[in-house]
Design a protein. Structure first.
Length: 172
């Protein structure tokens, strides 16, 4: 998770791989009984949805706004890490070692460095939460709810012609 905080997302990642978009992570669980649950980074069968040109336009505008929000949040996260005296590489190394028991023995983290890391993680978490709210608002300002946005995203991921239309919209 911490590594993903700094990874950001690109349009291609969002369209082709489900991306790191936080808006898609906010989809409420549930749906129809027996329906497949979203898997991070995985392709899954989307419910059938007729995506109109208007839907695609609103989706493309929301994507642009989400990307801007994510870029701003990523810059703030980098500032936090560097202000704590860590490099991005060291921050990621510590984060990976905390997630992988095999790396813990290889990565020496002093108590002081662990405290600095924990402070950075806490601040980054706040930045991420604020960005998530801004992204949800951006989607809603385009007349979509998060579920609709996610359905359109899934349709676009699975349909190369929709991907092409969205890319064209983003370039104009």
């Amino acid at each position: 998770m911490l590594k993903q905080l700094l990874a950001g997302s690109t349009l291609m990642g969002l369209l082709l791989f489900g991306g790191a978009s936080t808006v898609s992570a906010q989809q409420a669980p549930g749906g129809e009984p027996g329906a497949p649950q979203p898997q991070p980074g995985g392709m899954q069968e989307a419910p059938q949805m007729d995506v109109t040109e208007s839907d695609l336009e609103r989706f493309a505008i929301a994507i642009q706004q989400i990307q801007a929000i994510e870029q701003q949040a990523q810059a703030q996260m980098i500032e936090v890490i560097e202000a704590q005296g860590l490099t991005i590489e060291r921050f990621n190394e510590i984060a990976q070692s905390q997630q992988d028991p095999n790396l813990q023995a290889e990565v020496n983290v002093s108590n002081e460095e662990a405290q600095v890391f924990d402070q950075a993680v806490e601040r980054i978490s706040g930045i991420r939460q604020e960005a998530e709210m801004e992204m949800e608002t951006a989607v809603q300002q385009e007349g979509l709810d998060v579920q609709e946005f996610n359905l359109i995203s899934q349709a676009v991921q699975q349909d190369p012609s929709l991907q092409q239309r969205v890319m064209e919209m983003l370039q104009n």
